[in-house]
Design a protein around this ligand. Sequence first.
Ligand SMILES: [Zn+2]
Length: 167
Amino acid sequence: MKIGCTCGAVIIDQTDYLAYKGHLVADEDWEDFAESSRSLGEIDQSFVRHCYQCTSCGRLYVDDHDRRLLAFVPETTVPQSALKSIKGTLWKAPLIGRWTSAPLAGESKGNLYCNGGDGVVEQYDTWEALEQAYFALFFRLKGLGLLRSALLHNGSKQVHAWADTDH
Ligand SMILES: [Zn+2]
């Protein structure tokens, strides 16, 4: 899903763990939501609405009860993150390395992606360079306790996979 912000930026919702997206439950629904989720054994998504913040201008977009997006303009001119993790800089991020022999136009064959810490989006032209960068980042972030999962793919082959067991 994509939202065209009034400022011209585009808010993209196509992956998990977005630093500018939140899940909202109304206080009027809170007890029903908790009870329903408990009896279902999982989050009852029918009570959950979404909110997004434009990372360019800071506008906040909130789904109303009819799931129509309402926009709110911030009072500050410098965007302040409203929807980041409550864990702040200690949030554990997923790390993804992907090698493809048929990249999209304008993209490299090797991609390394991690949105924790300072954030990493890097491209590599050889498998060896991607693999080396992936493991260097993997051991660094794992050592710092900042990883939730890691996945390295070469085409359809899974080369490496790791998941944190205590989050
Ligand atoms: Zn905007």
